[in-house]
Design a protein around this ligand. Structure first.
Ligand SMILES: *Cc1c(COP(=O)(O)O)cnc(C)c1O
Length: 361
């Protein structure tokens, strides 16, 4: 077993609802890097700022942590297939794990609203894709209805196994830092993830693996901020498609995480999300999804509004990989690509326009 990825089911078995009859499947999910910030930590005066790179999961987002358990339990229960609604990442993950264990996956996505990389994944893994002419919230009610009528397991985060699996990310943070951080910054969409993290921290604290609990700092996009507004948003809008959700399934879990931890759930504007997205890529070397940048944008906003971060340990959850949505990057990151003739003079001329310092020797 040396060096082989054990996956979250094996690694955290004692904290998960797995028994002798649960197939221990894995695609190598979990065990994602916790990387210290270089640039933002200086700007914010926060010497202990970390990014948890959930884009390093097998399908490029944290959804795999919960999907592996949801699919294992579906197999254990003799389910004939899995179904979900998705803004993209849940469908990519369901499609991959479905292919892995050879059960059919059906995914309902809002038509025209899913990043190309995510759709490509669902197609490559052979999922049945239904493009719903509506938004995510409508797709989710339809998926719920179909799962009631057919012997299919719903693998959205309303499936309790999804939330159980996702809490393993909180365990990893404590295992690595030796304790919980002071603040955990996280984007909030359907609100399953903030619910899971809080559960993970609370369980580890109860098991005396952590001495402290973090304040949970959740961030919704301004045009898709039902929890902040205190009411559903019928037509949510934001550039960050993974959190474009107007009626979160885990609403109560999110407010409980906020209130029990003494944290907040606040909004960030699309401009703030874009600034954080660019800063992560160009300043930290971390290419994340627009939605992932919402947590970072939130931290920057808190600092701007006067929150003192010196001496605080902070973890920002980078929920997914920027490679999911290359079209977004090309559209929103202005960078010049210069055409150059294939000869040394032309390359040198182009270099001299952009490189400081002269030639070697
Ligand atoms: C699903 C997702 C979110 C939102 O997580 P919720 O559990 O729905 O709140 C954020 N970022 C990315 C990249 C996602 O895939």
């Amino acid at each position: 077993m040396g060096g082989m990825s054990q996956g979250v089911l094996r690694k955290y078995r004692e904290y998960l609802p797995v028994g002798d009859g649960t197939p221990m499947i894995t695609l190598g999910e979990g065990d994602t890097p916790l990387v210290r910030s270089n640039k933002l930590s200086q700007e914010l005066g926060c010497s202990e700022l970390y990014f948890k790179l959930e884009g390093c999961n097998p399908t490029g987002s944290f959804k795999d942590r919960g999907m592996v358990l949801a699919v294992a339990k579906a197999l254990e229960e003799g389910s004939q297939g899995i179904i979900c609604a998705s803004t993209g990442n849940t469908s990519a993950s369901a499609a991959a794990y479905g292919a892995r264990v050879e059960i059919p996956a059906t995914v309902l996505v809002p038509q025209g609203d899913v990043a190309i990389g995510k759709l490509a994944q669902a197609r490559a893994h052979g999922a049945r894709i239904l493009a719903i002419n509506g938004n995510f919230d409508q797709a989710l009610s339809l998926a719920r209805a179909v799962a009631e009528m057919y012997p299919l397991t719903l693998v959205n985060s309303v499936n309790p196994n999804r939330l159980e699996g996702q809490k393993t990310a909180a365990f990893e943070i404590v295992d690595e830092l030796g304790d919980a951080p002071d603040l955990l910054c996280i984007p909030v969409g359907n609100a399953g993830n903030i619910t899971s993290y809080w559960r993970g921290f609370v369980e580890y604290h109860a098991a005396e693996r952590a001495k402290t609990l973090p304040k949970m700092m959740g961030f919704q996009a301004q045009g898709a901020a039902p929890i902040v507004l205190g009411q559903p948003v019928p037509d949510p809008t934001t550039v960050a498609s993974a959190i474009r959700i107007g009626n979160p399934a885990s609403w109560e879990g999110a407010t409980k995480a906020r209130d029990e931890s003494g944290g907040i759930i606040d909004t960030v504007s699309d401009d703030e999300i874009l600034d954080a997205y660019r800063l992560m890529a160009a300043g930290e070397g971390i290419f994340c999804e627009p939605a992932s940048a919402a947590g970072v944008a939130g931290l920057i906003k808190l600092h701007r509004n006067g929150l003192e971060l010196e001496g605080q340990s902070v973890v920002c959850i980078i929920t997914g990989s920027g490679l999911k949505d290359p079209e977004f990057a090309v559209k929103f990151i202005k960078s010049e690509v210069r055409e150059v003739s294939p000869n040394l003079e032309a390359v040198e001329a182009a270099l001299l326009m952009s490189v400081s310092g002269g030639r070697k020797g």
